[in-house]
Design a binder for this molecule. Structure first.
Ligand code: NAI
Length: 338
């Protein structure tokens, strides 16, 4: 049965990588009908709003959205539309896998590095509770929100994810030594829930130590559960370990809808040049297919990506190759079609 999916092309390199991903999924003959909607700076300039009602209505109807990156103005201007969509649909778990892919040379190529960051996606420092204090922004305050309920939900999600995907260990990353109330609560909840999952190893690490451990010995990590801010930063670090942002996908799993996207942003430095690596969004589409129950199609897509990377002839500039987005996509479609 054909399922409808909302599609947001996004800003910067978004339209290029979305087009490549749609082509790959068409080659796989997935039973998906796209419902294209707008969001981001492009939508703001043309429609006067960065997040039209029609976009929210489409996501509410379809419950699944594939999204290209959206630009967020720095400092002043509208707030992040990514954060707004995640909050609107209560997409509380941001799942970001980082694993070494075939043919991609990094310092960890032979390490077996394969970790998944589960980031709390609705609260923490990104809850949007902030204000400037006059006159002339003499000071500013941002509140870190941390509810017991949200801590329990994200930690439980991480353990359930580990259990269902056959992973062995959950590492909770915090700063409870300094942020004694908010992160103290997160850690307390983590320790308590870990006792319900005796078959899964549990440890906790302070974020500064974690940053160092991830650079020195990232293969020792399996599932990492952390706060919104730390998850945002550590997942880019993890992307760097496996060869860059062009490879790392993300899923925003929610109670009302789920959104699949690349971890990276709009890459303004290469936008419109046909140089972007669409792999991260394609792997996000693989997570989407899994989520929609199309596990065999997801396996085929990931297998084809691995094959093109392994061959190494049509890889993009971020991975040391010379291929354009178009050439990479054509090679992938050829592998898919066999
Ligand atoms: P960025 O991720 O867009 O770019 C960082 C670096 O990685 C750049 O050198 C870029 O060329 C490179 N890069 C990223 N994706 C690539 C790809 N697929 N292929 C090859 N190279 C790639 O981060 P930046 O510059 O900090 O953010 C730019 C904009 O993106 C900002 O407005 C930011 O708010 C937005 N953003 C949106 C996200 C989303 O929609 N989920 C996530 C992160 C940032």
């Amino acid at each position: 049965m054909t399922q409808k999916v909302s599609l947001i092309r996004g800003d910067g390199i978004g339209p290029e990588i979305v087009e490549a991903t749609v082509r790959a999924l068409e080659a796989l003959e997935v039973e998906i009908e796209w419902e294209e909607v707008r969001a981001g700076t492009g939508a703001f300039q043309e429609l006067g709003t960065p997040l039209p009602e029609e976009t929210l209505a489409s996501i509410a109807r379809n419950k699944v959205v594939l999204k290209g990156p959206l630009e967020t103005p720095v400092g002043t201007g509208f707030r992040s539309i990514n954060v707004a969509i995640r909050k609107h649909f209560d997409m509380y778990a941001n799942v970001r896998p980082s694993k070494i892919l075939p043919g991609v040379k990094t310092r960890f190529s032979d390490s077996g590095l394969d970790l998944v960051i589960v980031r709390e996606n609705t609260e923490g420092a990104y809850a949007g509770i902030e204000h400037a204090i006059p006159p002339n922004r003499a000071a500013a305050e941002t509140i870190i929100l941390c509810t017991r309920w949200a801590c329990e939900r994200i930690v439980r999600y991480a353990f359930e994810y580990a259990k269902t995907t056959g992973r062995q260990k959950v590492t909770l990353v915090h700063k409870a030594n300094i942020l004694k109330e908010t992160h103290g609560l997160f850690l307390e909840v983590g320790r308590s829930i870990s006792r319900e999952y005796e078959e899964i190893e549990f440890e906790d690490l302070i974020v500064d130590n974690m940053a160092m451990q991830m650079v020195i010995r990232p293969e020792r990590f399996d599932v990492i559960v952390t706060t919104n801010l730390f998850g945002d930063i550590l997942s880019d670090l993890a992307a760097g370990l496996i060869g860059g942002l062009g490879l790392t996908p993300g899923a925003n799993i929610g109670s009302e809808a789920s959104m699949f996207e690349a971890v990276h942003g709009t890459a303004p430095d290469i936008a419109g040049k046909g140089l972007a690596n669409p792999t991260a969004l394609m792997r996000a589409a693989g997570m989407m297919l899994d989520h929609m129950g199309m596990t065999e199609k997801a396996r085929q897509l990931n297998g084809a990506i691995d094959e093109v990377l392994r061959q190494g002839e049509a890889v993009t500039g971020d991975l040391g190759g010379k291929a354009t987005t178009e050439e990479y996509t054509a090679a992938l479609v050829e592998v898919i079609k066999g």
